[in-house]
Write a protein that binds this ligand. Structure first.
Ligand code: SF4
Ligand code: SF4
Length: 110
């Protein structure tokens, strides 16, 4: 077992600055979903982590705590996650960038 980043949707969606998505060193690991916050009644969406790509560096925790001042991300043992998103599909297109899709949140553990 190992540590991965876990983003609290309620805390993130109150600020929803997307800073962590820019600083994570692993491409396509922190994603952003408009629906994830709005479906809980927030005005904004939330960042979330594709846990199969997370390397456990905790840089996003530092960014959220110290730059965003929002404390929405904690490191958690992967088997303790109540819900997780995993990478579903990555396409490398001829002229443009990588497209990564994470599937909806799934229940792991338990
Ligand atoms: S840095 Fe924090 S508040 Fe900003 S999007 Fe990431 S988790 Fe949300
Ligand atoms: S712990 Fe590191 S690799 Fe994992 S989401 Fe945060 S910044 Fe990215």
């Amino acid at each position: 077992m190992y540590l991965v980043a876990d983003i609290n949707v309620e805390i993130c969606a109150a600020k929803s600055c997307k800073l962590c998505t820019q600083y994570c060193p692993e491409a396509n690991t922190i994603q952003y979903s408009e629906d994830m916050g709005k479906e809980k009644g927030f005005k904004y969406g939330s960042a979330y982590v594709a846990v199969d790509r997370c390397k456990g560096c905790a840089q996003c925790v530092w960014v959220c705590d110290n730059m965003a001042k929002n404390n929405a991300i904690k490191m958690i043992m992967i088997d303790q996650l109540p819900l997780a998103a995993v990478t579903d599909n990555i396409r490398y297109e001829e002229k443009s960038t990588v497209v990564a899709l994470s599937n909806p949140m799934i229940v792991i553990g338990n």
